[in-house]
Design a protein around this ligand. Sequence first.
Ligand code: NAD
Ligand code: TYD
Length: 355
Amino acid sequence: MIIVTGGAGFIGSNFIRQWLATEQDGVVNLDKLTYAGNLQSLADVSGNPRYRFVQGDIGDRELVDRLLAEVKPHAIVNFAAESHVDRSIHGAAEFIETNVVGTFRLIESVRGYWSGLNETDKAAFRFLHVSTDEVYGSLDFDAPAFTETHTYAPNSPYSASKAASDHLVRAAHHTHGLPTLTTNCSNNYGPYHFPEKLIPLMISNAVAGKGLPVYGDGKNVRDWLYVTDHCTAIRTVLSKGRIGETYNIGGRNERNNLDVVHTLCDLLDELSPRADGQSYRTQITYVKDRPGHDRRYAIDATKLENELGWRAEENFESGIRKTVEWYLANGAWVAAAASGEYRHWVEKQYGKAVA
Ligand code: NAD
Ligand code: TYD
């Protein structure tokens, strides 16, 4: 068995689905079910005998100790986190609680479990920590992409909390010998993405006839990776990665936000045209910029590609088309996700701007 934390979130749910389809081992999904945890994203695997869900906090030592002793996993993949930059600007306490303190407590539990294993199981065990390219800070437009040796310079409370968790994982390896792996991935997109992040928000708002709120001048650049490519990269690092190493994950798909929104509008114009014949582009509105908005992220994934042989299967054009098709075909999932706290959050964030 493996334990996946945060498996009811966007990437974790995609990872569990892919894992069950491709690997022999079972998965225990430990998830607190915050606003971002959505078990409907795993409805299709909920009856799989190799899958089990446990509701709980990665920072709950008693629960995690008990779960480790019972499940006896040979690996942990740690997705659990508060993940939305905008939320971290409004209030960072939960980011510190889960991403920093929670990760610390999880590592403590895992260390206790790991140190009690026999030598063979100890050597085979892995703790894989899923992190982000945002820990490296912002790049100038002409600067080379982030490599694994790029200085950490997190700029948002979210990225600062993820950076802290990366350092705790690093220290657990260097000081205590825990067999860790860390991955730093660029922006993901694809099915089951909570509809407050850029791409799902734009699709949902567009078809609902609402405004498409572009922050600032729309020229901020993100490096987009289709979510299942991230999942295959994590599985690759888990099986072949060198202990104690970090691996950057990205598919060389840099786009500025306005280009992304234009692409989404054009696809929607083709796949689900507006009744009045106008383009969805007419719904674009420019709104106040995000405070401290990082200008550009870009990942150099050469280490992962050369050492471990991973390659992204989707480029932006193929992945974004699949994504739009998925959202159009899964209106029930989107509606359910949107009917929870999301609605209050959107009101707080945008007020009447997108009403
Ligand atoms: P998400 O917000 O969609 O999901 C997070 C999940 O973690 C939710 O199911 C939530 O209920 C759970 N969770 C939160 N706090 C918890 C706690 N204390 N204990 C147990 N479960 C808890 O996030 P995501 O987009 O799927 O991201 C997953 C991971 O990947 C995060 O660590 C994030 O930093 C990292 N990452 C995300 C991206 C991206 O573009 N989304 C890119 C790179 C890295
Ligand atoms: P987001 O999906 O929040 O990811 P991150 O901030 O972690 O990269 O945002 C992606 C980009 O889109 C980011 O530059 C902010 C921008 N953005 C908008 O312009 N409008 C929006 O409504 C949102 C949610 C994001």
